[in-house]
Each structure stands twice: as structure tokens, then as C-alpha cells.
Design a protein around this ligand. Structure first.
Ligand SMILES: Nc1ncnc2c1ncn2[C@@H]1O[C@H](COP(=O)(O)OP(=O)(O)OP(=O)(O)O)[C@@H](O)[C@H]1O
Length: 798
């Protein structure tokens, strides 16, 4: 027993040692695996599949890089997984552990070498591509002075082109080389085809593929590669194990000849020793590596003072402001077309909105910018990216703005249109003076929001090489790959612009909001009261004996006969009240008299002149504007213009029609009308600051300001509280005393019987009685008696 125990005691350290060894081996092994790839048995490859012939998607990833990585994966016994990533984000993705290696034709440059480990595996260089139809054939960079060059964003040769401008072109008194950077090679080629640029500076392999496909239009003008550059696979700084392993595999592939076969397939070359030596010196010895994960605050701070960013801010503000201003106006017109009575115009509006809202802005931008390819004459304007960008943005934004305006237009009560119409304003007059300002005010919060959206949308214009803020940022980080630092600076610039613009719009919105205007104090109006009296009398211009004559008027709404053979004669200076049960056609009759409703048959004459009459089986309106001006109309719901003060409401129509009067005279007359209705003291207030009765009295003053010969009142007291009714009736009574010809639709029976010369009783669209009030009181008709009797006869002190 003791022996056994001894044995166990003796054996334990041996077993423990074995366990520790196995565990150590396992840990080492695991670490080994995780050191080379993120996921065991898998090689994740970061690749931009939009760069043929190096890497592209045709069902599966194809091109030189995918082919090479598959070979490498085979040799290392790893499953290759491709992670499609845009080139500008590819290094940040590597350092964020999204993949193990970048195989995406990544040019080796000193800034990039600070952030990743490079394994050079290819050599390429730039060539110049030109349009075949033209005679211009540049052979070197020196031949590019004064020309426009398209290039892929962040290409290695861009700094070199700038050097040529500085050290060669300027010294020879030649013009600068203008470089336009595009997101990818196809866009750069498109710019060349549509004559936006003169030359495309392109990678030799890409250019060869281009010429293979578009040989009838494009040609490589250089004899050999300009400035050869290295292309490398990139690894995380800490992952030299994987780099060494893949370097070993590539060496094996080179030894076996497989690598050369692959190079030949794509017309590429392995880097020359001379170029590799240069890289050792430039890329690794000279620059201190950037520590992975650190944020370069100094670089970020420098970007806040970068003049290129500030210039781009000016471009963004100009582009977004112009887009917004033009879009607001054009959107309003598209929205108006949508409200038209002509179905053809409505269809145009709807189709426009449908089409441009469905079209992605990016597609529209590229299409507009490249339109000169289809329509060469347009290149005069459209080859300028600012103009192309503005046009595409305006086309797209107009559709969105039209929808915002449509909502605002629908929110404006119909009475506002009608009030403008009865004041004799033309359609465009009503739109300009009454509807547009109100629509704009309603739509302003949504429009302001759209402004902010446009500011951010301008970043898309970088696709056609307009150097706005994002493009400046992209140009920087595609070279140095300090993506986070650059994008933070970009974000700061956008936030700054949006904050300033929002502040300006908010001030603007406050200015527009009449509810926030402090006009509550009853400001004394500076007027000469003696002069007011001179203008306050009603001057009727009575022509002929009869003010108004309706002959056999009929009006149908759908299948309902609303006015049935109405004949009515109104002599000058008389007051006619129209009474009758609800729906009997009283309002329709009144609205037909001033043309707010058309009639189906019959004639309407005013002062002996035809106003509506039958011609070729159609009812026509003659001298409509002139006739309307002879009629003042007061609505049940006042219909004052809420964005104008009381005085502005009253002066609106006389100022519009002018009639050779000077503005001061119009103002005095308007004040006189306000004095007449007892509203002079409130002249500077806005309608929302008045009671219902006060608003109705302003509405009467507004109708009187056009100096009408006939006044129509459509239930002027129906919307008022009983205490406010009498202040309005008092004004109407005074007008009748002055001899104003009036037609009043009312339910105020006592008032009607007191003030009227005749009372018209309507039922089912017909005039049943048209009598003197005293005579009507003696009626034996039970129906009429019942109607008059059923109405409460309130005692008014008027
Ligand atoms: N725009 C319209 N479209 C269709 N029908 C209408 C329209 N305007 C009025 N009507 C119809 O015409 C008839 C007469 O309406 P109207 O407003 O002239 O009557 P009213 O006598 O003024 O009534 P109330 O005293 O209630 O205002 C009603 O049956 C009404 O429904």
C-alpha cells in the first residue's frame, strides 16, 4: 500500500509535466492559427470588386487578385472568402479585423506603408488614354499642361501631376493641369467619352482592357508606362507571420512558373528589383509606422484649417442654396400644375413628380454630366460639374418640393382663392399675392428640412468630380488612409454648415410668423380725420335704371337643379334680402351673380350691360374683371388674408388695380373705409388678433375699398356670436342709409324685414315670393308664415 502510494507520489509530477507540455503545445498551436488568419481554416480577403481587370464580379469574384488568392489558399490549405470593400475603406477594414489580407491592386506608397505591412507582388504604371477622333496625342506628363485630366480618386500619380504643373507648366508659362478625380475607372472613362476631360490617366492594365473594349473610340497615346509603381498585398502590422507565409507561397508559385502564367494571362509584370529597392528605402526606412488603433489628433486638427476644405464649404453652400431657391420656385409651379383644371397639365405634374422621385440622384447626376456624349452641344454648360450638379439636384429636388407645396396648397382654405377673385385679382395675381406667401409659410418647416437634406446630398456630386467637402476628404484619405480622422473633420464641416443654415432659416421662419409679431398695442394711426371724412362717402356710379337683372337663370350641380329658372331685377339703391330654408340655393344665386359660380342657362346683366349670356349654346362672361370690380362681396367666414395686416387687407385690391392713384391716396381711402366700419384703431393688427365681428367689419371695409356699385352679403352674421351680430348689422344698415345697392342672404329675419326694400323667399332653387316686407308680413301662405315664425326674432339695437 505504502509502496503504491509512493509510486503514485512519484508518478504525479511526471503526469503533470506531460499535461503541461500538451497544453502548452495546444496553446502555441492555437495562437499560431489565430496569428495568421482570423478564422481557423479560412483566409478572409479584403477586395474591391469594381476594378477590372484586377478584381471584378462576374457571378463569382474574378480577375488577377481573386485568381492569385485562390492559388494561395490552395497551397495553405485555407478556404478563401472574399469581402467586397470599397478601396477607400479597405485599410480601415483590415485594421478593424474584417479580413486577414488586402488583395486589391493596392498601390504601395509611403503613407500607406505607415499603416500596413506591404508584400509587393505586381508592378504597374500609368498610361494616357485619349479620344481616337481627335489629333491630340500626349506622350509625357509635360504634354498635359492646360488640359483636363480624369483619374481615379487617390491615384498614386496625382501628386506627381501637381508637381509637373508647378515645376514645368508654370515655368514655361503654360496653364495648370486640371485633375478631376472620379470614384472608379468607368466614371473617369465616361468623362473622357463625354468630353468632360481631354485625357484619362489610367493604370496600364485597366487602360489595356478599356482599349480592348472601346478601341473604336479610345486610344493609348503613351509609348511606355509613365512612372512605374508597386502594387502590394497588405497585412496588419502585427501579422508578419501571415505575410511571411504568403511571401513563401508566392515564391513557390514563381519557382513553379504558375505565377508567371497568371501574370501573362492579365498582361501584368512582377516588380523589378530596382522598384523593390526604391520601396525599401521610401516605404519602410523613411517613415515611422503609425501605431494601429491610435487616433492622429494632430492630423485631425490640421484638417480644420485646411483651405481646400473651406473652399469646398463655399461650393457646398453655393450649390445647396441655389438648388433650394430654384427648387422652391419650380416646385411651386409643378404643384400648381397639379391643381389645374386641365387633366393634361395635371398629368404632366404627376408624371414629373413620379419620375424624378423614382430616379436615384446618383444616376441622374452621372446621366446629366455625361449628356454631352449624346448631345455634344450641351458640353458648353454640362462639362462644368457645378452646373451639371446644380441641374441634376434641381430636377430631383423640384419633385420633392412640389409635394411639399402640394400639401401646403391643400391646407389653404378655398375662401382665400375666392376672396382674391372677388377683388378682381387675376389667377396669377391671386397666386402671387395671396396664395404663394401663405403656402410658403405653411411649407417653410418642411422646406427648411429639405434644405438640410440638400446640403448632405451635395456630397453625391463628388461622383462627377466636383470638389465638395466629402471629395476633399476622400482625396486625402485615399492617399494617407487616415479615414477616421479625415471623416471626423468632414463631419465637423457639415455640422457647421447645417447649424448656420438652420439658424438663418429659423430667424426667417420667425420673421414670417405673424403670430409672433407684436402688434397688440393699439398704435395710433397718423391721419388727418377731416381728410378721411372727404373719402368716407360711398360714391355710386349708377349706370342705367336697373343695377342687376337675372333672366331665367339655371344652375345644375351634377343631377341637382340648384337654381331653377330664376328671374330677378334689382334697381339701383335698393336692398334685397334673400331668405329661405337651408339648401334652397340662396348662396349659389349670390355666387352666380359675381361669377364665382358659372350658370348653365339664362342671362345676367349689370347696369344694363351683359355679364353672363348665351353665345353659341355656351354661357360666356364679358368684361368679367370690370364687372366683378363693380360688385363687393362679403363672405360668411370673412376670408381675410391672414398674412396681411388689417390695413394691408383693405389696400390690397386698390393697390393691385392702381387706377392711376398714388399710394398715399389709396391708403387714405382704405383708412376712411376702416373708420366707416369702426376699425381704424385696429388698422395695424393682423386678422388673428381680432374678434369675429371685427373681422367681418374689416371684410366689409375691404369690399368697399374697391368702390363697388353693388354689395353682396352671404350670411354675414352666421359665424358670429349673438353679441357680435349687431355690430356687423349696424354697418350694413348704415350702408343702406347711404343708398348702397345690396343683396343680402340672411337668416336674421327682423333685420331683413327692417332694412330691405324687397324680400325674396326661395325654396328648392326657385323664387317663391319677391315682395315688399310689409306685404310679406301679411302673407296667408302657411309655409312662409311657418318659416318666418320659426325663426327667432331677436331684438337688435341697431
Ligand atoms: N359646389 C357644389 N357642388 C355640388 N353641390 C353643391 C355645391 N354647392 C352647393 N351645392 C348644393 O346646392 C344646393 C344649394 O346650396 P346653397 O349653398 O346655395 O344653399 P343655401 O340656400 O345657401 O343653404 P344654406 O342656407 O344652408 O347656406 C345644396 O343642395 C348644396 O348641396
Amino acid at each position: 500500500m505504502n509502496n503504491n502510494l509512493f509510486k503514485i507520489d512519484f508518478l504525479l509530477p511526471t503526469v503533470f509535466f506531460k499535461y503541461v507540455c500538451v497544453l502548452f503545445f495546444l496553446i502555441c498551436n492555437t495562437t499560431y492559427y489565430y496569428a495568421q488568419t482570423l478564422k481557423k481554416g479560412e483566409l478572409a480577403v479584403g477586395i474591391d470588386l469594381t476594378y477590372a481587370p484586377y478584381a471584378y464580379l462576374q457571378g463569382t469574384p474574378r480577375g488577377f487578385d481573386p485568381d492569385l488568392m485562390r492559388l494561395v489558399g490552395e497551397k495553405l490549405n485555407l478556404k478563401v472568402v472574399f469581402k467586397d470593400t470599397r478601396i477607400e475603406n479597405i485599410i480601415i477594414g483590415l485594421n478593424a479585423d474584417h479580413y486577414d489580407v488586402i488583395a486589391s491592386a493596392l498601390y504601395v506608397n509611403p503613407q500607406r506603408a505607415q499603416q500596413v505591412l506591404f508584400l509587393p507582388y505586381l508592378q504597374t504604371g500609368g498610361v494616357l488614354v485619349v479620344r481616337k477622333e481627335e489629333s491630340y496625342r500626349p506622350l509625357s506628363l509635360q504634354d498635359l499642361c492646360g488640359k483636363k485630366i480624369s483619374s481615379m480618386k487617390g491615384a498614386a500619380w496625382i501628386p506627381k501631376l501637381n508637381e509637373v504643373t508647378k515645376n514645368f507648366c508654370f515655368k514655361k508659362n503654360k496653364q495648370t493641369i486640371e485633375i478631376k478625380e472620379y470614384p472608379s475607372a468607368p466614371e473617369a472613362t465616361q468623362a473622357l467619352l463625354s468630353k468632360g476631360v481631354d485625357v484619362q490617366y489610367e493604370d496600364a492594365a485597366v487602360a489595356k482592357m478599356l482599349v480592348d473594349k472601346l478601341g473604336d473610340k479610345l486610344e493609348i497615346s503613351t509609348q511606355e508606362m509613365i512612372d512605374p509603381v508597386l502594387i502590394g498585398l497588405a497585412f496588419k502590422k502585427e501579422n508578419s507571420t501571415l505575410k511571411n507565409q504568403i511571401a513563401k507561397v508566392i515564391q513557390e508559385l514563381r519557382n513553379s512558373g504558375e505565377y508567371q502564367q497568371l501574370l501573362d494571362k492579365y498582361n501584368l509584370a512582377y516588380p523589378s528589383q530596382e522598384l523593390l529597392n526604391k520601396y525599401q528605402w521610401e516605404g519602410e526606412a523613411k517613415l515611422t509606422p503609425i501605431k494601429n488603433g491610435s487616433f492622429n489628433w494632430n492630423y485631425f486638427k490640421d484638417q480644420l484649417f485646411n483651405t481646400d476644405f473651406w473652399k469646398a464649404c463655399v461650393i457646398v453652400i453655393e450649390l445647396s442654396s441655389l438648388t433650394w431657391c430654384i427648387g422652391v420656385v419650380s416646385g411651386f409651379f409643378v404643384a400648381l400644375l397639379g391643381q389645374c383644371t386641365f387633366s393634361f397639365l395635371r398629368t404632366i405634374s404627376k408624371s414629373y413628380i413620379w419620375f424624378f422621385r423614382s430616379l436615384p440622384l446618383l444616376v441622374l447626376l452621372i446621366f446629366v454630366y455625361n449628356l454631352p456624349q449624346l448631345w455634344p452641344k450641351s458640353s458648353v454648360l454640362l462639362s462644368n460639374p457645378f452646373i451639371s450638379g446644380l441641374l441634376a439636384l434641381v430636377l430631383s429636388e423640384t419633385a420633392y418640393m412640389a409635394e411639399i407645396h402640394r400639401g401646403a396648397l391643400q391646407a389653404i382654405p378655398k375662401g382665400q382663392y375666392e376672396a382674391g377673385k372677388v377683388l378682381g385679382l387675376s389667377y396669377w395675381g391671386v397666386m402671387r399675392i395671396i396664395i404663394a406667401p401663405q403656402t410658403f409659410k405653411i411649407a417653410l418647416p418642411a422646406l427648411a428640412n429639405q434644405y438640410v437634406t440638400i446640403i448632405k446630398l451635395t456630397s453625391l456630386v463628388s461622383v462627377i468630380s466636383l470638389t465638395e467637402i466629402l471629395l476633399v476628404g476622400q482625396q486625402l484619405y485615399t492617399r494617407n488612409f487616415l479615414v477616421m480622422e479625415t471623416l471626423l473633420a468632414v463631419a465637423i464641416y457639415y455640422i457647421l454648415i447645417v447649424t448656420i443654415i438652420t439658424w438663418i432659416i429659423n430667424r426667417f421662419e420667425e420673421k414670417f410668423d405673424v403670430h409672433k409679431k407684436n402688434t397688440d398695442t393699439d398704435e395710433t394711426i397718423q391721419v388727418d380725420y377731416e381728410k378721411l371724412k372727404e373719402y368716407s362717402n360711398i360714391k355710386n356710379k349708377n349706370e342705367g335704371k336697373i343695377a342687376l337683372e337675372l333672366k331665367n337663370v339655371k344652375k345644375v350641380f351634377g343631377n341637382t337643379l340648384v337654381l331653377n329658372d330664376i328671374s330677378l331685377s334689382v334697381p339701383w339703391g335698393k336692398v334685397i334680402s334673400i331668405i329661405g330654408p337651408s339648401g334652397s340655393g340662396k348662396s349659389t344665386l349670390l355666387r352666380s351673380i359675381n361669377g364665382l359660380e358659372s350658370i348653365d342657362t339664362g342671362d345676367i346683366e349689370m347696369g344694363g350691360l351683359p355679364f353672363m349670356f348665351k353665345n353659341n349654346n355656351k354661357i360666356k362672361k364679358s368684361n368679367k374683371k370690370l364687372q366683378v370690380l363693380k360688385i363687393g362681396m362679403v363672405f360668411q367666414s370673412y376670408n381675410l388674408f391672414p398674412h396681411k395686416t388689417v390695413l394691408e387687407n383693405v389696400m390690397l385690391a386698390p393697390l393691385y388695380h392702381k387706377k392711376n392713384k398714388d399710394q398715399e391716396l389709396i391708403r387714405i381711402h382704405a383708412l376712411a373705409m376702416l373708420e366707416k366700419v369702426g376699425m381704424l384703431i385696429h388698422a395695424n393688427k393682423y386678422p388673428h388678433q381680432l374678434s369675429g365681428g371685427q373681422q367681418q367689419r374689416v371684410a366689409i371695409a375691404r369690399a368697399l375699398a374697391i368702390q363697388p356699385s353693388i354689395m353682396l352679403f352671404d350670411e354675414p352674421t352666421s359665424a358670429l356670436d349673438p353679441e357680435l351680430v349687431q355690430e356687423v348689422l349696424k354697418v350694413i344698415k348704415e350702408l343702406s342709409n347711404e343708398g348702397m345697392t345690396m343683396i343680402i342672404v340672411t337668416h336674421e329675419m327682423k333685420f331683413a324685414f327692417e332694412v330691405s326694400d324687397r324680400i325674396v323667399f326661395m325654396e328648392s332653387g326657385q323664387i317663391i315670393y319677391n315682395e315688399d316686407p310689409q306685404q310679406m308680413k301679411k302673407t296667408q301662405d302657411e309655409r312662409l308664415l311657418k318659416f318666418i315664425g320659426n325663426v327667432a326674432l331677436v331684438e337688435y339695437n341697431i
